[in-house]
Design a protein around this ligand. Sequence first.
Ligand SMILES: [Zn+2]
Ligand SMILES: [Zn+2]
Length: 189
Amino acid sequence: MKNIKAPPDSWNCKVLLSRIPKNGEPLDETFELELCAPIEHWGQEYAPNGPVAASARFSFANERILASVSVRASFCLPCSRCLRETHVDAAGELKYLFSLRPLKDARDEDEGSEDEEIDVIQVDSFQAELDITQCVWEVLLLCLPERALCSAGCKGLCPICGRDKNEGDCGCRDDNMDPRLAVLRDLDV
Ligand SMILES: [Zn+2]
Ligand SMILES: [Zn+2]
């Protein structure tokens, strides 16, 4: 199965604009998104443990649309020390502002939200539907942990013999031993 590097064609995260209240009240939508192959990211494979749960809250604000996009998913990937298959949870949220006006103007007018990270997406016109599929994909990639650890105290693999040191001491000495001493040690065996 080929790894996924872009949102699958089956993903369809759209909302009808007519459903978002004009008075600024939010509209909540949820999307259950299937992943039929591992995601390739950070140079490794994230094997899905089920569908990706995405939710979005849409609201009109000064003729622009604010979308808060949340993503939750669970994956398996190798422990970065011992390579054992490890479960990781990924969860994150980003805010997007869909605006007809240039990016700079839209950003400047956002009062009281200076602390908040909002991605401004300029659109030529508002269609009947707003598609946030790419946003969902972006949030998912951003919240994928770069490394997994099977446990905080994972001892990893022995750099000399490759044995999993969590399963016991292999007896190798991985310090930079003086080669002359190493000869003596080998004689001792
Ligand atoms: Zn480990
Ligand atoms: Zn060893």
